[in-house]
Design a protein around this ligand. Sequence first.
Ligand code: TRP
Length: 447
Amino acid sequence: MSNARGEWSSSFGFIMAAAGSAVGLGNLWKFPYLAGQHGGAAFVLLYLVFMVVIGVTILLAEITLGRGMRRNGIEAFAKVSKRLSWIGAMGLLAAVMILSFYGVIGGWIARYFLQVFMGGVAGDPKAFFGEFISHPWYPVLFQIGFMVATAFIVIRGIAGGIERGNKIMMPGLLILLIILGVRSVTLPGAGAGIDFFLNPDFSKITPASIVAALGQVFFSLSLGVGCMLTYGSYLNRNSDLKRCALTIPSLDTAVAFLAGFAILPAVFAFGFEPSEGPGLMFVSLPAVFNQMPFGFLFFGLFFLLAFFAALTSSISLLEIPVSWLVDAHQWHRRKAVIVCTIVITLIGIPSCLSFGPALGGFTFFGKTFFELVDFMASNVLMPIGGFCLCIVVGYIWGIDKAVEEITSGGRFPFRLHTIWAVMLRYVSPAALVIIFLDAVGLLRFLK
Ligand code: TRP
């Protein structure tokens, strides 16, 4: 039966796929900036603590529930108790929302990569970026292209599509990142960027830094929407789950670090200020590459690696609704992929047009459509989903059944299970309540 819904060919294949999901735009454009803004190494330290204490805990719970139930998000929760399927449904909704805007940024990256063959972004990168994203239909074309690329891999199934794609793209991404990192830190004037990234400034750690570090750990590990749960459901009992739950965050953190070294020293060496998100990736970096010898080559390498990072994450998001249609409604995988891709791309179009004249002026609660979808999914639905997961595994399904699954019936020892239980039942839910309260504005008095 498990073969009908697919299975990873090895633990290594699963780890590559799950790390591929984790490593994404969060690592490339958010982590380096957050580290710089919140006191460099001081933030990195905080991030590492949350990664070990909360990230690993919840990741292990999510993979374990998936493998225990061998079902998609909705049915996995339903198998614990019929009344819990809404948690999986909420996760599915969040995944669809995240993918709808992730596809937009994926399209931007694809467009920038293709620009290499036209000699890079000549002239003013800021004007270039502004003109591109505000065009009434050009970005939609690239968004569709990126979604088609995502569908192309997911349609080929678990071992032959998702696993194979990740086994090629993840090592490729690492090699490109190391090349760029070496280039960046050896530039004259790189020291200022290394300082900005790594010099610990504990005076910059505020309550806001704590919330930022927690939220970043959560988003970066793809937790709370059933992504890791779904990937875990394609594992068999021969895999050591706790080893997987340690390797995936290690790879994710390593890439976040390398991204810091690849991006910040170069940005500083050419006298730019690091800015958050789109500004850093699509304006400052192209400007940096413009001034670097053989810059267009490094420009190409960077956007190829960003493309891999985005694609390995988007396929994990598309697999969430696809696995539900295949498991619960016996749809053929091909039909499920095509329908989901079309629906999600359509939902993404208003986000794509949020940067242009058509919808740019349209705001709800002061946010554009793009920002609203991002906010609702990442800051509201994800923490709620993560909280529910902790409660379901920690109290309802129960620690005993979870530990039986983690050890594969005693085959793989799990000595720290008491600490894990405490983290899952008390510490992690508390942390998620904090993230949620901050997101909806109830912790403002701390700032
Ligand atoms: N973790 C990815 C990143 O860092 C994004 C991502 C993929 C994601 N799948 C997810 C985020 C599921 C939340 C939930 O960019």
